[in-house]
Design a protein around this ligand. Structure first.
Ligand SMILES: NC(=O)c1ccc[n+]([C@@H]2O[C@H](COP(=O)([O-])OP(=O)(O)OC[C@H]3O[C@@H](n4cnc5c(N)ncnc54)[C@H](OP(=O)(O)O)[C@@H]3O)[C@@H](O)[C@H]2O)c1
Length: 216
């Protein structure tokens, strides 16, 4: 499978690229800073410079053309203001949806966030973030693409256990980036996760069993 990861130098993205490349998939990691190429190559992925806030539509389409799946792992990050929640967390995700549709890439896995909601109230930057993520998820659900929307709790850098808790909605909690990457790799391998949106936390259930429970 050829997998394009948007936000390719991100912490989850680098873990996911290593996993997928290790399973023999071809990974194209979209980065905005060419200085990150070496780090990305070390994961086994091919770096492609594509800044989702400044690239032309033709560049974004060229970056995804020929792929079997897209994973949206980009994000403006905790230090950014409200404007970049709009241009990256919402706008970047929507640009990748448009590029997928334009080039015939059917599969799209979104790293969303627990509590993402287009109608989330409030004016703090975090509120704007949750609305941006919720609006991007809604666009993906309405896109006609083969989507999976993964909504992790607070991310940690704890070592992964490959045991998780998933459900339509869960109380607030946390999950390691290692385990988010493992869940995304498993979703790409499991067509039954198409059309599914779920919250993801650390837990006790092995990843394949957790996903099988969701798909039923
Ligand atoms: N933090 C949490 O607790 C939490 C919880 C739930 C969900 N999430 C979501 O999970 C996502 C992934 O998490 P993470 O820890 O892997 O994030 P991360 O390490 O911050 O990675 C995000 C990546 O997006 C890239 N990016 C920023 N602007 C871009 C642009 N204009 N074009 C292309 N790429 C761009 C960044 O590039 P640079 O490397 O060049 O900066 C970075 O590599 C987050 O962004 C967030 O939406 C986070």
């Amino acid at each position: 499978m050829v997998v394009v990861i948007a936000g390719g130098h991100g912490k989850i993205a680098m873990r996911l690229a290593r996993l997928l490349a290790g399973e023999g998939h071809e990974v194209r990691s979209l980065i905005r800073n060419p200085d990150h190429s070496g780090d990305v190559r070390a994961t086994g992925a091919e770096p492609v410079v594509c800044d989702l806030e400044s690239a032309g539509d033709d560049e974004v389409e060229a970056a995804v053309r020929g792929a079997d799946a897209i994973v949206f792992a980009a994000g403006a990050g905790p230090g950014s203001g409200a404007a970049r929640k709009e241009t990256v967390d919402y706008g970047g995700a929507v640009r990748m949806i448009a590029a997928a549709k334009a080039t015939g890439v059917r599969r799209y896995v979104m790293i969303s966030a627990q509590a993402a909601d287009p109608d989330h109230p409030g004016d703090e930057v975090f509120d704007v973030y949750l609305r941006a993520k919720g609006r991007a998820d809604a666009e993906l659900r309405g896109s006609g693409l083969d989507y999976t929307i993964v909504r992790p709790g607070r991310l940690t850098d704890e070592p992964g256990t490959r045991r998780v808790r998933v459900a339509d909605r869960l109380p607030r909690g946390e999950v390691s980036r290692d385990d988010v990457a493992a869940v995304i790799a498993a979703c790409l391998a499991e067509p039954a996760t198409i059309g599914v949106t779920f919250d993801l936390l650390a837990g006790e259930t092995p990843v394949p069993e957790a996903l099988a429970g969701l798909a039923r």
